[in-house]
Design a protein around this ligand. Sequence first.
Ligand SMILES: Nc1ncnc2c1ncn2[C@@H]1O[C@H](COP(=O)(O)OP(=O)(O)OP(=O)(O)O)[C@@H](O)[C@H]1O
Ligand code: SF4
Ligand SMILES: [Mg+2]
Length: 362
Amino acid sequence: MDPALLRVRGLRTHFASPEGVVRAVDGVDLVVREGQTLCVVGESGCGKSMTARSILQLVDPPGRIVDGEILFRLGAPAEPRAAAAEHGVVDLARLDPRGRAMRRIRGKEIAMIFQEPMVSLSPVHTIGHQIAENIRTHQDVSKKEARDRAIEELRRVGIPRPEHRVDAYTFQLSGGMRQRAMIAMALACRPKLLIADEPTTALDVTTQAQILELLQELQEQLGMAVMFITHDLGVVAEIADEVAVMYLGLVVEQCGVDELFHDPRHPYTKALLESVPTAGPRAKQRLTTITGSVPHPYHRPKGCPFHTRCRQAIPGECDHKLPPVLATGTADHPGSRAVRCLLYQTPADVAAGVDTLGEVSR
Ligand SMILES: Nc1ncnc2c1ncn2[C@@H]1O[C@H](COP(=O)(O)OP(=O)(O)OP(=O)(O)O)[C@@H](O)[C@H]1O
Ligand code: SF4
Ligand SMILES: [Mg+2]
């Protein structure tokens, strides 16, 4: 199995408000492996975006990372004063969000693209200027060189006549072209990890397919890893190597994409797959197989957060005990998948400790 590039352990990001604490992310564990695509799926509000924003320390107050580790393997030798930089692994959760080390990682080592390109593109600067500035922030190159690089980046993402488009403003571009420009900006410094938060949901089906294809091509060319957040299991089937399924601020299962579709383990994963519209005359209907609704974030259930909707819940157990991350797998790859469900806990798990996913060596 490929080594881990990013390993998140026990990540908690909370929002304090007069009404109570929203536990947006409440103990997330996941792994993104070098050069691979991890898709993150789950119902609206389960904490996908907040997990992504936490990794890059982009959580706005009153949100705050209150616990956990975000271990990232740096590409180049770490700066002398970067926290926990021994052997090139840094705990991003311990870095100052506005500090130099985090700013260097953001954009250079890890880049992010959003559903709405205007979140990261400015309306008052040309796209060429923005891409060139991004390059100059991280690399010591002249203005002319940065502009030439910007043109090449625009060409790489399939923008026609990039020598002219480099001087265009975002309002002069179509939705698909803006998304391409945002990808060009994100990839200009060759990040090792690209985090994409539903980057194609706002686009029509044809443009969506083109952008997905482009991302896959660029990933292959650049050897980067991708963490791709999506609601769309069709997209997952197309691009994922691994999948992390989230529910109420927790990753409840991480496994290979084939395992997800052919051998899901967690009752929530099973329910999510059953809720996908079927082929044929009922293709447009969404089957309501997940009973009940997602609890309000102020009223997180005790024990397994899914127990209020789980058909297999064990009374007296699931409503009391938060399931640990249990490593399961196949005969060939023991420990290749992780599931948070008491149904998979063996006496040996209890005795031996439970988490055997690929470690980021420190
Ligand atoms: N500024 C905020 N203050 C309080 N709670 C917040 C804030 N921003 C997000 N949340 C809460 O954090 C939780 C997780 O939100 P997040 O945006 O990560 O969900 P998501 O999985 O990305 O959902 P979607 O699929 O709709 O994008 C939600 O319950 C949301 O209400
Ligand atoms: S731990 Fe219990 S409630 Fe939670 S998913 Fe497993 S069986 Fe269902
Ligand atoms: Mg989101």
